[in-house]
Design a protein around this ligand. Structure first.
Ligand SMILES: [Zn+2]
Length: 354
């Protein structure tokens, strides 16, 4: 058992939970949970980026039941009302969020949320919705490296030596190297690289490679009618600090407009792709504000404090597939203690994705 797990099992044991439930009545702290995918596939044989699977359906159900029993689940609309009317946030408030707009949010997460009557927010990258031909670029990287028959490949711009591809471990390391590099270069350099990747790895991509992968607008509408809020996650999911000013404006403003046209409703919130500084910056925050968003959601870890809240850099509590229920509970009940621990430890997985 790791140290975080040990701390979590002490903090989240039934006795601590009982005391917490009767004593923690502080207001002014909001926990924004960050999910990507809810899926039951085996991560070992998953053909795309398995690090984006936040939980299985069974685990997600347990997590949501715990949240419902112990917290007040809000929407961003509720938060906006509090802000507008100068009302304090409810005690023990939680907002449930999903990034990207994967189809499993509809097939796996939505039925559970609906049955438990929990609101949630899904941040979508609009150009991918309903498209069955185009994978998110990180899924394409994972797919190509997991399917290539080449035993090594050379990308001098990424690494000074050839990348070996003989074992699953090699391929995994190569994927991480590419993802890390692609997040640091100008967006057009990344796109050009991604466009040539399948050819470099001698892969034939099926024309319907993204069948069943992303939400369709019909599903988005159905969920919007069933208590799910939709927010922007830009148009093409670039790292916003890596695009020029004209594209930045398109990514932020167009995504808002497109969702509003489809849903006939104001979009209040944007989540920045891979939202850790320096992936977003002051200019991004200013533009999000000017575009009419009320909230800008980051991917830095922690609870949101009402007193010190920067509404355009709201941190979240990450949910990862390898977390135990104890860790999930402790992260929610005692986020400050848990995040202090976690921020001291380089977290290998969430560092790379959002
Ligand atoms: Zn994302």
């Amino acid at each position: 058992m790791g140290k975080s797990e040990l701390v979590a099992s002490i903090l989240a044991n039934p006795a601590s939970r009982h005391i917490w439930a009767h004593t923690d009545i502080r207001r002014g702290m909001l926990r924004v949970l960050a999910y990507h995918r809810v899926l039951d596939d085996d991560p070992e044989t998953f053909p795309f980026d398995e690090a984006l699977i936040s939980a299985s359906s069974e685990v997600f159900q347990q997590q949501m039941e715990f949240v419902r029993r112990n917290f007040e689940v809000l929407s961003f609309e509720d938060l906006e009302h509090c802000q507008r009317e100068g009302r304090p946030w409810p005690k023990r408030s939680v907002i449930i969020t999903f990034d990207d707009g994967y189809r499993d949010n509809y097939t796996h997460a939505f039925p559970i949320l609906k049955a438990l009557k929990l609101p949630a927010a899904i941040f979508i990258s609009t150009s991918y919705m309903g498209d069955c031909t185009k994978l998110f670029w990180w899924d394409l990287v994972a797919y190509c490296f997991k399917h290539t028959k080449r035993s090594e490949v050379e990308f001098p711009q990424v690494h000074h030596q050839p990348l070996p591809l003989t074992s699953a471990r090699d391929r995994h390391r190569a994927i991480l190297r590419i993802l890390r590099w692609a997040k640091q270069v100008p967006d057009e350099v990344k796109n050009q690289f991604i466009d040539q990747l399948a050819a470099s790895l001698e892969i034939e991509l099926p024309s319907d490679i993204a069948a069943g992968m992303h939400l369709t607008w019909e599903q988005i509408k159905e969920m919007a009618d069933g208590g799910i809020e939709f927010g922007s996650h830009t148009v093409t999911h670039p790292i916003l600090a890596n695009v020029n000013e004209a594209q930045l404006e398109t990514e932020i403003c167009e995504s808002k407009k497109i969702i509003e046209q489809h849903l006939g409703k104001e979009v209040l919130v944007i989540s920045y792709p891979d939202g850790r500084k320096p992936h977003y910056n002051e200019q991004v925050q200013q533009l999000a504000k000017a575009a009419g968003f009320h909230f800008g959601i980051a991917y830095e870890e922690g609870p949101v404090s009402e007193k010190k809240c920067d509404y355009f850099a709201m941190p979240r509590i990450h949910v990862e597939q390898d977390q135990t229920m104890s860790l999930f509970r402790a992260n929610l009940m005692f986020p400050k203690i848990m995040m202090m621990r976690k921020n001291n430890i380089q977290h290998h997985r969430s560092e790379l994705h959002s």
